[in-house]
Design a protein around this ligand. Sequence first.
Ligand SMILES: *Cc1c(COP(=O)(O)O)cnc(C)c1O
Length: 385
Amino acid sequence: MIPYGKQQVTEADIAAVVDVLRSDFLTQGPAVPRFEQAVKAYCGAAHAVAVNSATSALHLACLVLELGPGDWLWTSPITFVASANCARYCGASVDFVDIDPQTYTMCPVALRRKLETAKLQQRLPKVVVPVDHCGHPANLAAIRDLAEEFGFRIVEDASHSIGGRYRGELIGGGAHSHMTVFSFHPVKIITTGEGGMLLTNDAALSERAALLRTHGITRDPARMMEPPDGDWYYQQIELGFNYRMTDIQAALGLSQLSRIDGYVARRNELARRYDEALSTLPIGLPYRDPHCYSGQHLYVVRIPSNEGGGRRAVFDALRRDGIGANVHYIPVHTQPYYRAMGFARGNFPIAESYYSEAISLPLFPAMSDRDLDTVVASLTRALRG
Ligand SMILES: *Cc1c(COP(=O)(O)O)cnc(C)c1O
């Protein structure tokens, strides 16, 4: 089986992890701040908070932006459920903005239209979560203009796009987004096993996220209600969580980070090979914005319903050939949990049409050109019926 995505772990990664295992700290040691330092330096962000998943990072972002009951978070229906669920953890409500048919990211035109209506109804969102779907950056400048006009904060779900660029700016640098979230799940660009990170240029937001990552506990006397009882003393000043990343994970992440540019370059090279090899087939290929550099987490093709028996038939044929094709994503508003809130099929037609045709083809740095040829041959056979 050629999987749709797969981590690459080198001997250097293994040695870095073993070093931590032999050291004094498996968690709360020096590897976590070292990894944070390296990621924020790489992205050009002022602050970074490492956590145990992107899901936790999204939750912390919502908490520090004071999202709560009565508030709204808007995101794209074409994303992993975590981009929406983070609002629900805070007791806030979720709504969606349909995607742009070309980039498959949140459509700024649909966003403006929805904001204008929401303004009249006095239910403007407090937080908007654009998703850099497949690694292609969302239209961040347009969304930032709307953020200034309508007064919401942007939490960019960049789980697919670390190492990518939006109009020359590295993703995570905060040129447009107030906060940026990365995932280090093994299928993503670089991995820590499980893990995530929250980046921002706002010191206060970062400090509070770091506090909530570890139970809301501080050891800083300046933040305590009264002087410490002694060196052992800490105070819990808010209700936080245990969302910490371990040093074992951070060491793996730091080692992986040293290869990130090569990984993203190889992903883009494979994507260009797919573009070329698939150009004569009757399917939709990904849009490539000349002003952006995609993290290229996924390579999604669209199978029109009248070609090769449609998406389902083509998908099944690929799987029969041992191609680990996948689909990203089932529109979040059609999940039973969100349907129970009143969402229904038909609410976001562009997202739903995208979903009905989409297949993610295998794409990962260690994939060989031969693997790619195998995928192309299988897809071509499936389409010729
Ligand atoms: C993977 C992913 C997440 C969740 O990441 P975890 O680290 O598994 O919590 C969130 N959003 C998107 C778009 C993702 O792809």
